[in-house]
Design a protein around this ligand. Structure first.
Ligand code: NAD
Length: 516
């Protein structure tokens, strides 16, 4: 562990900014073209490792927002008519451009949200991977055919784009979540307007600049719009905007509760990807080393700021001490500091409020009977927002464990039976990711069965975080029920139409009904 003031060379930042076209002051509004002088408030993006400003953004006001939405509507008229494989070809080129800029984009993630460089690169790779996935998908937007009960009739279903999709994103995956939405929505024939997190505006600008350049080559500007807001205001506006048939929103449960209700009230569709409270179960027949490594990555990786972060462990009492000892040793070896430095495994929390929430949760857990066995304190590293990764032992689940606190705090509780572990795991309001470590087929299958995990993601012998793009990603209960990225998640970005064609000369009615 380090305890130094973080110093990131200005030249290192300048190089990243130069390659990605980021200036000291940037426009945060793009529709058909970048708005040179938006009229909104100024927003400063800070580096959470140093507390220093990185650059300034001029945000969108209501009139800027209006222009971008109107342009996205106009772009939809053109874009929807382009055959899907041709839309896919443009997304292929977008993926190539992200590949070309992967290094600098990865660094920007470290600078703006404090991810270690390897995770920054990983996030950009996720954006590239979903471009590739979307290209293939552009030739596979399949509908079913059904057998009609009526003679000389044919019945099938087809999928059409929805229109302008509103995309609201969180700070902790500032590029991948947008890419998950934007690439799939685009090959499906939609256009979109993106309102990124006010805590990660520069990454949004960089991703958008690259996308805009690719779209310009095809005279398809306006497909992907961007409106940066210094707060939630434009997100709220989007949720209520009847011109957006689908709102895809990623963030806290509180945000989703508000967006979900507003969108439902106007009969829009929402795709909600909200908070998680993920658990790992470790049975007495588990490979403890494997479990330890997965838990350490799940709990400490991204400084505990993933929706899939491991927050709770239910370990069989026979191996509790063994697992805890291994985790304590692993936690001691975690080097904390400048996320761009080789060997550093944990960067900062996003801001001062996150540090306060971390401290408050630890105090509360101790009041409730939890025993602090590792970490527990903020680290004095200049003006950055660093904390110690923390482990709290509890004999049984504590009330605080019902809440997602976006920080590296891990609770460990002993269990005697798998049934109890599953019941503890499921007994929280959230339902995103879950995992079991076991060498037994019976345990694994029970965990995956109908009486097992109630989460959207259930893993065996791998941890809760680090999902691949090929599967549908999302969770149940207060996690919002949305699914995005792989599998058939594309269907949420399209409207289904059932078509019945009568190629005969008679008009038989369904169910044998007789009429004129
Ligand atoms: P947040 O809810 O504070 O903000 C997310 C986005 O929503 C921001 O762009 C914000 O401006 C906007 N917003 C906030 N309130 C809004 C409202 N009432 N109406 C419209 N827009 C609103 O979340 P955050 O702190 O940026 O991100 C952390 C949270 O996101 C955690 O809870 C994490 O679990 C969750 N998350 C979930 C997933 C997932 O896929 N399930 C992925 C990443 C993050």
């Amino acid at each position: 562990m380090a305890n130094d003031t973080i110093d990131i060379k200005t030249s290192e930042i300048d190089n990243v900014f130069k390659e990605l076209g980021i200036q000291a002051v940037n426009s945060g509004v793009c529709g058909e073209k970048w708005h040179k002088k938006p009229n909104g408030k100024n927003l400063i993006s800070y580096n959470p490792s140093t507390g220093k400003p990185l650059a300034e953004i001029i945000c969108a006001d209501d009139a800027d927002y209006e222009k971008v939405v109107v342009q996205a509507q106009a772009a939809f008229i053109k874009w929807r008519k382009l055959p899907a494989p041709q839309r896919g070809e443009i997304i292929r080129q977008l993926g190539e451009e992200y590949r070309n800029h992967k290094y600098s984009l990865g660094k920007l993630h470290s600078l703006e949200v404090g991810k270690i460089f390897s995770e920054g690169l990983g996030e950009v790779q996720e954006a590239i991977d979903i471009c590739d996935f979307a290209v293939g998908l552009s030739r596979q937007l399949y509908g079913l055919t059904m057998h009609s009960e009526r003679p000389e009739h044919r019945m099938y279903e087809q999928w059409h784009p929805m229109g302008v999709v509103g995309v609201i994103t969180a700070f902790n995956f500032p590029s991948a979540v947008w890419a998950w939405n934007a690439t799939i929505a685009a090959v499906c024939g939609n256009t979109m307007v993106w309102k990124p997190s006010e805590k990660a505006p520069l990454t949004a600008i960089a991703m958008q600049k690259i996308a805009h350049k690719v779209l310009e080559k095809h005279d398809m500007q306006g497909i992907m719009g961007l409106v940066i807001s210094p707060d939630r205001a434009l997100g709220e506006k989007m949720a209520a905007d009847t011109r957006m048939p689908l709102i895809s929103a990623t963030g806290s449960v509180a945000m989703g509760r508000s967006v979900g209700q507003v969108v439902a009230n106007r009969f829009g569709r929402s795709l909600l990807e909200l908070g998680g409270n993920n658990a790992v179960i470790v049975m007495d027949d588990a490979d403890v080393n494997l479990a330890m490594r997965a838990i350490a990555f799940g709990a400490v990786g991204t400084a505990g700021q993933r929706c899939t972060t491991t927050r709770r462990v239910f370990v069989h009492e026979a191996i509790e001490n063994q697992l805890v000892d291994k985790l304590l040793a692993a936690y001691k070896s975690v080097s904390i500091g400048n996320p761009l430095q080789d060997g550093v495994l944990m960067g900062p929390l996003i801001d001062a409020d996150a540090v306060k929430s971390y401290q408050k949760a630890i105090t509360q857990a101790q009041k409730e009977g939890g025993k602090l066995i590792a970490g527990g304190k903020p680290l004095n590293m200049g003006k950055g927002y660093f904390v110690e990764p923390t482990i709290i032992l509890a004999n049984k689940p504590l009330p605080i464990m019902q809440t997602e606190v976006f920080a590296p705090i891990l609770y460990i509780c002993p269990i005697q039976k798998l049934e109890d572990a599953i019941s503890f795991q499921n007994d929280v309001p959230q339902g995103l990711s879950s995992a079991i470590f076991t060498g037994g087929l019976g345990n694994a299958e029970q965990f995956l069965s109908v009486v097992g995990s109630d989460c959207g993601i259930a893993n065996v012998n791998i941890g809760t975080s680090g999902a691949e793009i090929g599967g549908a990603f999302g969770g149940e209960k207060e996690t919002g029920g949305g699914r995005e990225s792989g599998s058939d998640s594309w269907k949420v970005y399209m409207r289904r139409q059932t078509c019945t064609i009568n190629y005969g000369k008679k008009l038989p009615l369904a169910q044998g009904v007789e009429f004129i």
